[in-house]
Design a protein. Structure first.
Length: 174
């Protein structure tokens, strides 16, 4: 492994920590903060591993998450077209920067994830991650991105934990 790949995977580990925190977040704002950090570190991670599509889509994801974070407070950011704009930009960026046919796994996963994040429902986001992280996990295995594959595995497990944990609390309060 080269120094660049080691650094890339180390940044992937940092993203994993933020990702685990995001899947346990109760509020949409906390989820967006952590997911923004995940996208930022994963974008750098992917470019260091030679995946321009992964980098480009994660940078778009970073901007998208910042917009979604502020959308509760800034009226014009609530425009219903914004999620579709980000989804289209993700798809185009992924397509333009794709490095191989299996990049379409990541493109599809992040496009679906973008639509789910726009609904600002942490429970739905956790459910969507079961599908989208599986798609990106396969991509990471094929790339290969060790820390990316571990991250997506943790994302799947964390989402399941969050779904069970908050379902139980909801049942208790009812």
């Amino acid at each position: 492994m080269t120094t660049t790949e080691i650094l890339g995977n180390a940044l992937g580990v940092v993203a994993m920590v933020f990702g685990f925190c995001s899947f346990q977040a109760k509020t949409n704002k906390r989820l967006m903060v952590f997911q923004s950090l995940v996208c930022l570190f994963m974008g750098i991670h992917y470019v260091l591993l030679g995946s321009p599509s992964g980098c480009a889509m994660n940078m778009v994801g970073f901007v998208r998450n910042v917009v979604y974070y502020f959308s509760e407070d800034v009226k014009w950011l609530k425009n219903r077209a914004i999620p579709f704009v980000f989804t289209a930009v993700l798809g185009v960026m992924g397509y333009v920067f794709r490095e191989s046919p299996y990049a379409f796994l990541m493109i599809a996963g992040l496009v679906i994830n973008s639509l789910c994040l726009s609904l600002q429902n942490p429970h739905l986001v956790r459910k969507s991650i079961l599908l989208t992280s599986t798609m990106v996990l396969i991509y990471d295995i094929l790339l290969p991105s060790v820390s990316g594959a571990v991250y997506e595995s943790i994302a799947i497990i964390s989402s399941v934990i969050g779904l069970v944990r908050y379902r139980k609390k909801k049942q208790i309060t009812e």
